[in-house]
Design a protein around this ligand. Structure first.
Ligand SMILES: *Cc1c(COP(=O)(O)O)cnc(C)c1O
Length: 404
């Protein structure tokens, strides 16, 4: 038991002259763990999130005083769309109320319909499954690659059925999914690809921008995200026809694009998924710092990489392609208890937390909490899918690599 007090590796202590990396590891005496009454590694507060520039205040007041609070009477959302396209290298951007509504819009436009199936990474936030269920389609999980945390392209083809309509890879934590093989499989089987880039602003897959590789990409600007505006989202793409359809769908089905007139009525199916002018001015201000923030996260993450990889039993993420860059919404690693006298993962996490290092065990199989049962036993799903299919779906093992 005494041995366990020194479990926290030297490298996790803040850099001071006395413990600065010397090239050799594990030779200096560590102080007691905070869990056991020692001084935490980190005693200063972390940055309070979100951060913003005071320059956002005046434009917010301008919008307020103008009374033009929604996009059909203002110009701020249009301006944001243009700037975001320039920032992430997409030809077209549609701003939406949230990341969830961005995904809903993209799936609708890619004709994901009732009774379809969508192949999705199981390791993600619940919103990724919800949007598929809300289209009255089944999210079919293809397991993640242990080292990259993203969908394993080798696991996709075996999940394709005659109902499969789309692949929905998730760039989880900002890590780019392996898009080249995913796109090749999609083209071969004539499937749509919608990227869930809700955690991957400015991330790169090789030299390609995340959110511009699939047919459509979806981003979130919710309060906790790297570019926060409380709520907000965007669909990105390079195809005018698809992006015009997205615009129509998010705006009650009003026609949009070449030859469309504002007074032509509501010829298409649609809803209201519009971003407010207030969100757009906050985002416009946030975007000014987005590039520098991305670079800083990257620099810090590379430093962490270099130190963590020296510790046996701590295995940082791997990138799917050389030259790729994560957005580091979250910094993921795997913990191998064999290297820590079989100390359970939960204990390791508590020890880190006690040291003042915020960390968690990651996503769990959230659809198991009841969502899946609610959906599968609904009248609609029972009518849309053969009983055998739903039975097989329910019984599919969920021992997915990253889900506990
Ligand atoms: C945040 C998030 C969403 C949903 O975005 P909202 O803006 O909260 O609706 C979807 N997918 C992933 C992976 C996310 O992290």
């Amino acid at each position: 038991a005494a041995k366990k007090t020194n479990l926290l590796p030297q490298h996790l202590y803040p850099r001071t002259k006395s413990n600065a990396p010397s090239g050799k590891t594990g030779t200096t005496q560590a102080s007691p763990l905070a869990l056991h009454g020692g001084t935490p590694v980190r005693t200063k507060d972390w940055l309070k999130w979100p951060v913003w520039d005071p320059g956002a205040e005046e434009p917010i007041l301008e919008v307020l005083r103008s009374g033009d609070w929604f996009r059909l009477r203002g110009t701020r959302v249009d301006e944001f769309e243009k700037a975001y396209g320039e920032l992430i290298g997409a030809r077209r951007v549609l701003a939406t109320a949230s990341g969830t509504t961005a995904l809903e819009t993209a799936l609708h436009v890619m004709e994901v319909d009732a009774g379809d199936e969508v192949i999705v990474s199981p390791y993600t936030f619940i919103a990724t499954y919800n949007v598929v269920f809300n289209q009255k389609a089944l999210p079919v999980f293809a397991d993640t690659d242990q080292s990259t945390f993203t969908i394993d392209p080798e696991k996709i083809e075996e999940k394709i059925s005659d109902r499969t309509r789309a692949i929905l890879p998730v760039h989880i934590f900002g890590l780019p999914a392996h898009m080249d093989p995913i796109m090749a499989i999609a083209r071969k089987h004539k499937l749509a690809v919608v990227e869930d880039a809700c955690q991957a602003w400015l991330a790169l897959y090789g030299d390609k921008k995340i959110g511009t590789i699939g047919d459509l990409g979806c981003f979130s600007f919710q309060n906790s995200k790297n570019i926060p505006a409380g709520e907000g989202g965007a669909v990105t793409g390079n195809d005018d026809r698809l992006m015009d359809l997205c615009h129509s769908y998010h705006n009650c089905g009003r026609p949009y694009g070449k030859g469309a007139s504002e007074y032509a009525g509501y010829p298409l199916l649609g809803g209201n998924k519009r971003m407010m002018e207030f969100q757009a001015v906050i985002l416009f201000s946030q975007m000014k710092r987005a590039r520098a923030d991305f670079d800083l996260r990257l620099e810090n993450a590379l430093y962490l990489d270099s130190k963590l990889k020296e510790i046996p039993g701590i295995i940082p993420y791997e990138l799917t392609k050389s030259g790729s860059k994560s957005a580091y919404h979250i910094y993921p690693l795997r913990y191998k208890k064999e290297h820590f006298d079989d100390l359970p993962r939960e204990k390791f996490l508590s020890a880190l937390q006690a040291e003042g290092i915020p960390c968690s065990s990651g996503y769990e199989a959230q659809y198991k909490d009841g969502v899946m049962e609610e959906v599968l036993s609904s009248r609609g799903f029972k009518r849309l899918f053969p009983q055998q299919r739903l039975k097989r779906y329910r019984e599919e093992p969920v021992s997915y690599t990253h889900l506990t």
